[in-house]
Design a protein around this ligand. Structure first.
Ligand code: MG
Length: 161
């Protein structure tokens, strides 16, 4: 059995007048902020896709879904995740588990974690037990701490039987 590990990181700016979508779930920011970006800016799913592509040795999401390509404008990141899972399966790999962390001061993510895990798992064809979603603040330090943005880290472990 072969194993592969990948990691991913992403950050998007918090701006007024944009939706806040994390792990495919629409959230309300107490200051009315959302994430800026070319697609729906789901920073959690972006980090996750980079972890999967890294494990496959297939580069990053910028290569697969270039921001200058109009096809990905406003793209639903969960649909992009399904495409990445297509690559995983095409190449004969299975996901053992993925784990993610979102770094955000607000809103409180705890009440939404279960829904995020279920949403991501169903789109990846996994059990929610295989999908870790954790949340932390940055203790008001740095760009995420000042609420200039929200960041996310992810790892993915794949096997080829
Ligand atoms: Mg991104």
């Amino acid at each position: 059995m072969q194993l592969r590990i990948g990691n991913g990181y992403d950050i998007h700016r918090l701006v007024p007048g944009r939706p806040l979508i994390l792990g495919g779930v629409n959230l309300e920011h107490p200051a009315g902020l959302g994430l800026d970006g070319h697609s729906d800016a789901d920073v959690l799913v972006h980090a996750l896709m980079d972890a999967l592509l890294g494990a496959l040795g297939l580069g990053d999401i910028g290569t697969h879904f270039p921001p200058e390509d109009a096809r990905w404008r406003g793209a639903d990141s969960l649909q992009l995740l399904e495409r990445v899972m297509g690559l995983v399966r095409e190449r004969g790999w299975q996901v053992i588990n993925v784990d993610t962390v979102v770094v955000a001061e607000r809103p409180r993510l705890k009440p939404h974690i279960a829904t995020m895990r279920e949403t991501i798992a169903s789109r990846m064809g996994l059990d929610p037990q295989q999908v870790g979603v954790k949340a932390t603040t940055n203790e008001k330090l740095g760009p995420t701490g000042r609420e200039e943005g929200i960041a996310s880290h992810a790892v993915a472990l794949l096997q080829q039987p």
